[in-house]
Design a binder for this molecule. Structure first.
Ligand code: ADP
Ligand code: ASP
Ligand code: MG
Length: 411
């Protein structure tokens, strides 16, 4: 008998039929004698719909009210799933984040979990109940509702698993595991039986939305056994492991992540003197804008230019900051480009192998794709390219690093 925390994402609870199917799945685990705590997302599309409603009233709604609004999606699914379990003769109790007492800080829309009170859940489990908890939400010390960022139900599940010292945290979604790259973009993408936390963290941070990055961080920190599986079909999914696979045949590159969420800004003609990067990026930081990839260049006339990426939603705000810094520093131009994409190769095998970057650049060159920026870490290489070529780049790299199943013809 095990204690399992299971999370079902938006598509998995997207219709009444799907909710009934999830209830059947949970019943299967209860029949085998397992204790189950379930975390659910809102029905697919619901969170976006709610955000849209707010936008019809106010361009900049208050973060507090936004969290009150968007947290309602999950309140619907916990109640419906509990009803479906009760109909099947199982005692189930639903709880919102604040009822469980998932205590977070007060950063609305990106709150961090600080503490979880496991008593109520443990009491229910001891009475043989299935505990159903709303994902993505908590409340701060003053009882204000908070949310954990898009995709945050993954983090709720991992945090509950840590608080309850569950035997496993299972993330049920609409794909049957973590793939070498998004299977919706590369048909020949291959499911991985396992991937290390380190790699999964890079994959998530570079844009693979199959797991929220905070969930992976949390699972690594508290050593929560984490698995990604399909709610639509049987299978063992992908295990996120602490240890590297000893397999000699292990690939150098484990996966390719990508995203279209960023924009690129450039300030040209700034003095090439110590402290200049801090003057520019300091101003951006003070405006609370997070910067990702950064490149600085010196031109022949000895002036410098600084290029960096930010979240696309913050491009205009960053551009305004740069315009005012440009005036102070006597810069010549400020440019902004939203049509970029980021592609990253991830793999712990890169540590012990040279030449990965060369192969990557060669593959991109073969497809005539220009590299605008490059950034590396020990286990990843990221490039920024024109958004138009994103899918071409991902497919080309997937095939250059032979990531597909041996028997899958890549297109
Ligand atoms: P849920 O609603 O269940 O949380 P998400 O849409 O957040 O589901 O995450 C699942 C999706 O992640 C898949 O449908 C897939 O398109 C996408 N995805 C991106 N990268 C990967 C990857 N490397 N492996 C598997 N899925 C991926
Ligand atoms: N419903 C939230 C979202 O769409 C949280 C989640 O699904 O994990 O982002
Ligand atoms: Mg998700």
């Amino acid at each position: 008998m095990s204690l399992i925390v299971q999370k079902y994402g938006g598509t998995s609870v997207g219709t009444i039929e799907r909710i009934e199917a999830v209830a059947e799945k949970i019943v299967g685990f209860r029949e085998r004698g397992d204790d189950v705590v379930v975390v659910v997302s809102a029905m697919s599309g619901e969170t976006n719909r709610l955000i849209g409603l707010a936008g019809e009233i106010n361009d900049e709604p208050s973060p507090r009210e936004m969290d009150v609004l968007v947290s309602t999606g999950e309140q619907v699914t916990i109640a419906l799933l509990s009803m479906a379990l009760q109909k099947r003769g199982y005692d189930a109790r639903s709880y919102t984040g604040s009822q469980v007492r998932i205590l977070t800080d007060s950063s609305h829309s990106k709150a961090r979990i600080q503490e979880i009170d496991a008593h109520r859940m443990e009491h229910d489990l001891s009475k043989g109940r299935v505990v159903v908890v709303a994902g993505f939400q908590g409340s701060d010390e003053n009882g204000n509702i908070t949310t954990l960022g898009r995709g945050g139900s993954d983090t709720t599940a991992v945090a509950l698993a840590a608080a309850l010292t569950a035997d496993e945290c299972q993330i049920y979604t609409d794909v049957d595991g973590v793939y070498t790259t998004d299977p919706r973009v590369v048909e020949g993408a291959r499911r991985l039986d396992q991937i290390t936390f380190e790699e999964m963290l890079e994959m998530a941070s570079q844009g693979s939305k199959v797991l929220q990055i905070r969930a992976v961080e949390f699972a690594g920190k508290y050593k929560v056994p984490l698995r990604v599986l399909s709610s639509f079909e049987e299978g063992s999914g992908t295990l996120i492991t602490l240890e590297e696979d000893d397999d000699m045949e292990k690939p150098i590159v484990s996966g390719i992540a990508f995203n279209r969420d960023e924009a690129k800004l450039t300030i040209r003609g700034i003095p090439d003197v110590p402290g200049i990067a801090s003057r520019v990026l300091g101003a951006v930081g003070r405006a609370n804008i997070e910067v990702d990839v950064i490149v600085q260049n010196v031109a022949q006339d000895n002036t410098a230019s600084l290029t960096f990426t930010v979240h696309r939603n913050e491009m205009t705000k960053a551009q305004d900051v740069l315009e005012s810094v440009a005036k102070e520093l006597g810069a010549t131009t400020v440019e902004a480009d939203a049509n970029i994409a980021k592609v990253a190769l991830v793999g712990v095998g890169m540590r012990s192998h040279a030449g990965v970057a060369a192969t990557m650049f060669e593959a991109l060159a073969k497809d005539n794709i220009n590299i605008q920026m490059i950034s590396t870490s020990e286990i990843k290489i990221t490039v920024v390219i024109d958004e138009r070529y994103l899918e071409l780049a991902v497919r080309g790299l997937h095939s250059a690093f032979e990531l597909a199943d041996a028997d899958t013809e890549e297109k």
